[in-house]
Ligand binder design. Structure first.
Ligand code: AMP
Ligand code: MN
Ligand code: MN
Ligand code: MN
Length: 303
C-alpha cells in the first residue's frame, strides 16, 4: 500500500483524509469551497457540515474568508457525521489592482505566519467598513456600519456581503446582486478601495503552514484572458499548485476553459461550490458535477 500521512512526511492535519474511493477519484463527492457565519455565510459552521453530509459530501473543506475560527467545530462535526474534513480558508489578495481569492487547503491552523497575516487582513476590514458606511452616508444612506454589523456573525470579518444584506433589509434594493451592482463595486458610491494581501503573501502563508494554494473561481475576475494567463503563470512561479475547475459560478464553457488551463500549466484541479447559504448560492453543497476525468484532483496532494 502507498505510504500515507506522516509516513510520507506531510503534515499531520492531512491525515484526516484517508478514504477516497480509489476507483473513482474524480467522481468522489468532495466540496473544497464553502462559507459559514465565521465569514459571510448564512449558516453556522456545524450546520454547514451537517448539510454537506446530508447532501452526500464525503470530504469537505470549510473555507471562510480570512479567518479560520470555524475549523475546530467543523472538524468535530464532520467526525460525528462520518465524513472527512480538510482545513480551509479563502484569502483575499490584490493582484495588479484586481481583487483575487486564493483558497488554502490542508494547512496547519496553528502555524504562526498565516495566523499573523490573516489577523492583519481582518483588522483592515473593520476600517474599510467604516469608510464604506461614510461613503454611503454621503449619498443619504445612514447607519449602514451598525446595520451591516448586525448581519455579521463575526464582527472582525465584516464584508460587503453583510452590507448588501442590510441594504436589502432596509429596502434600498430587491436583492444582494442588485446592491453589488449599484453600490458596492468599483466606481459605485459605496465602494472603497482596500489593501489586501499580495499573491506572494498568501502563497507563502499557506505553504509555510504545509497547505496547498488554489486559485478560487478563476473565471470570476474582471481581467482579460491574457491577464488570466499572466496571473496563472505568476501563481505557478510563486509556488501555486491548483485551480478550481468545477465551481459554483463556472458555466460549462468556463469549466472547459479552466480544465485546459490546468492541463497547460500542470495544475491540480479543485472542486468547490462556494456555498454561502441556501438562499444566496449558485449551487448547494456537494451538488456540482465531477472533475474532468483526466485532470489530477487536488485531493491527491492532501492524502
Ligand atoms: P469582501 O470580501 O468584503 O470584499 O466581500 C466579497 C464577498 O461578497 C464575496 O466573497 C461574495 O460572497 C460577495 N460578492 C461579491 N460580489 C458579489 C456579487 N456581484 N453579488 C453577490 N455577492 C457578491
Ligand atoms: Mn463570500
Ligand atoms: Mn471568493
Ligand atoms: Mn468563497
Amino acid at each position: 500500500a502507498p505510504l500515507r500521512g506522516a509516513a510520507r512526511g506531510v503534515y499531520a492535519v492531512r491525515d484526516s483524509i484517508r478514504s477516497f474511493p480509489s476507483q473513482s477519484m474524480n467522481t468522489a463527492n468532495c466540496d473544497f469551497h464553502c462559507h459559514s457565519t465565521v465569514s459571510d455565510g448564512l449558516m453556522p459552521p456545524a450546520d454547514v457540515v451537517r448539510r454537506a453530509a446530508a447532501n452526500g459530501v464525503t470530504t469537505l473543506a470549510l473555507t471562510d474568508h480570512d479567518d479560520f475560527s470555524g475549523l475546530k467545530i467543523a472538524r468535530e462535526t464532520a467526525a460525528e457525521c462520518g465524513i472527512d474534513f480538510v482545513n480551509g480558508v479563502e484569502i483575499s489578495i490584490e493582484w495588479n489592482g484586481t481583487p483575487i481569492h486564493i483558497v488554502g487547503l490542508g494547512f496547519d491552523a496553528d502555524a504562526p505566519a498565516i495566523n499573523a497575516g490573516l489577523a492583519e487582513l481582518r483588522g483592515g476590514r473593520v476600517e474599510r467598513a467604516r469608510r464604506m458606511s461614510e461613503a454611503l452616508a454621503a449619498i443619504g444612506i445612514h447607519g449602514v456600519f451598525e446595520g451591516a454589523s448586525k448581519h455579521a456573525g463575526n464582527p472582525s470579518l465584516i464584508s460587503r456581503a453583510h452590507f448588501a444584506r442590510y441594504l436589502v433589509e432596509i429596502g434600498i434594493c430587491k436583492d444582494v446582486q442588485s446592491v453589488f451592482y449599484s453600490y458596492l463595486t468599483p466606481g459605485k458610491p459605496g465602494y472603497v478601495d482596500h489593501r489586501w494581501a499580495t499573491l506572494e503573501n498568501a502563497i507563502s502563508w499557506i505553504k509555510s503552514a504545509g497547505g496547498v494554494p488554489v486559485v478560487a473561481h478563476p473565471a470570476r475576475y474582471k481581467i482579460s484572458n491574457a491577464q488570466v494567463r499572466d496571473f496563472l503563470s505568476e501563481f505557478k512561479d510563486a509556488g501555486g499548485e491548483a485551480i478550481e475547475v468545477t465551481c459554483g459560478s463556472h458555466t460549462p464553457d468556463q469549466v472547459a476553459t479552466f480544465a485546459n488551463l490546468a492541463r497547460h500549466y500542470g495544475f491540480y484541479a479543485s472542486r468547490g461550490s462556494d456555498f454561502h447559504g441556501p438562499e444566496e448560492s449558485y449551487v448547494d453543497l456537494g451538488k456540482l458535477p465531477g472533475l474532468p476525468e483526466d485532470l489530477k484532483p487536488v485531493w491527491q496532494l492532501l492524502s
